[in-house]
Design a protein around this ligand. Structure first.
Ligand code: NAD
Ligand code: UDP
Length: 312
């Protein structure tokens, strides 16, 4: 049994990770400021004697004794991270400094939830980890993209300068139960709109692509990376290489919900990447990991979750 801190543990991915770590027999400390996360996501874990919940903002130092740290704290959807962009950068950068300082003091292995956004609007397709990216440093998405890039820099500097045991993953679009219904991400938007019979909002002409990974696959990747051999720090891409246009995604959602919602077209947000597909060769080689859940199967689970939420 290990004592494991999960920052951002009340969020979409964090709540699934906390549940998985408890199931694996660990002692879990969840730290979250509830900016986008919710108690509902972790309600079923409260009462477990090995689960502890702490309201804490990672931009402030944290003094706890743990063996491992998963650093997930950061709003992930464009609507949320653009609401208070300065706080987003602070969360990524000061949050990383605080968690790295903690890891250094207690000699903990530390994991960083980085993102495919470090590749920006990529010229290389699919994106391998060796690609340095094409990111606008001064646009509306920069607080998130550059914040995450700076966090990666800090992780690798702490490794070089302080010999810290770091693990960095670059997460590509992930979906599943516990996504916030109003967080503006495409999978939750389309499903909620379809279930409510509202228009499906396609940004741009819907030909831009994304690769969608089901949450259970992603969490398996997190655990494998955290448990991987010392010395393998990444960064490693985690995502599902299956690539879809937003129009294809909308068609799938309409078919699986049986909805008769109409498609409407809205302007493409600034700096919206044209395409996105992970090269997961490194994850296959080092972690023996690849996604197993097909889009159709994952969408069905996610639709069932949102149906319950909307009917409640
Ligand atoms: P989420 O918004 O559901 O979860 C983020 C959690 O962090 C929330 O519970 C929020 O309240 C908490 N948080 C935010 N700022 C905080 C702060 N200053 N102090 C403490 N807690 C704070 O998002 P998610 O999808 O679960 O993302 C989790 C992590 O994975 C994030 O770091 C995100 O950047 C990364 N990521 C997610 C995706 C994805 O597709 N879901 C893709 C790439 C990267
Ligand atoms: N998108 C869309 N309609 C929506 C929400 C998003 O067409 O209601 C598009 C968005 O412009 C982007 C893609 O879906 O091209 C994925 O958006 P999301 O915010 O989920 O993730 P990210 O852009 O961060 O990859």
């Amino acid at each position: 049994m290990k004592r494991i801190l999960v920052t951002g543990g009340a969020g979409f991915l964090g709540s699934h990770l906390c549940a998985r770590l408890l199931k694996d027999g660990h002692d879990v400390l969840c730290a979250d400021n509830f900016f986008t996360g919710s108690k509902a996501n972790i309600a079923r874990l409260i009462g477990n004697p090995y689960f502890e919940l702490m309201r804490h903002d990672v931009t402030f130092p944290l003094y706890v004794e743990v063996d491992r740290i998963f650093n997930l704290a950061c709003p992930a959807s464009p609507i949320h991270y653009q609401r208070d962009p300065v706080q987003t950068t602070k969360t990524s950068v000061h949050g990383a400094i605080n968690m790295l300082g903690l890891a250094k003091r207690v000699k903990a292995r530390i994991f960083q939830a980085s993102t495919s956004e470090v590749y920006g609007d990529p010229e290389e397709h699919p994106q391998p980890e060796s690609y340095w990216g094409r990111v606008n440093p001064i646009g509306p998405r920069s607080c998130y993209d550059e914040g995450k890039r700076c966090a990666e820099t800090l992780f690798f500097d702490y490794q070089r300068q302080h010999d810290l045991d770091i693990k960095v993953v670059r997460i590509f679009n992930t979906y599943g139960p516990h996504m916030h219904p109003n967080d503006g991400r495409v999978v939750s938007n389309f499903i909620v709109q379809a279930l409510r019979g509202e228009d499906i909002t396609i940004y741009g002409d819907g030909s831009q692509t994304r690769s969608f990974c089901y949450v259970d696959d992603m969490i398996e990747g997190f655990v494998r990376m955290m448990d991987s051999e010392a010395g393998f720090a990444g960064p490693v891409n985690l995502g599902n290489p299956g690539e879809y246009t937003m129009l294809q995604l909308a068609e799938n959602v309409l078919r699986l919900t049986g909805s008769s919602s109409q498609l409407i077209f809205r302007p493409l947000p600034t700096d919206d990447p044209r395409q996105r597909q992970p090269d997961i060769t490194l994850a296959r080689q080092h972690l023996g990991w690849e996604p197993r859940v097909e889009l159709e199967e994952g969408l069905k689970e996610t639709i069932a979750y949102f149906r319950k939420l909307i009917d409640a």
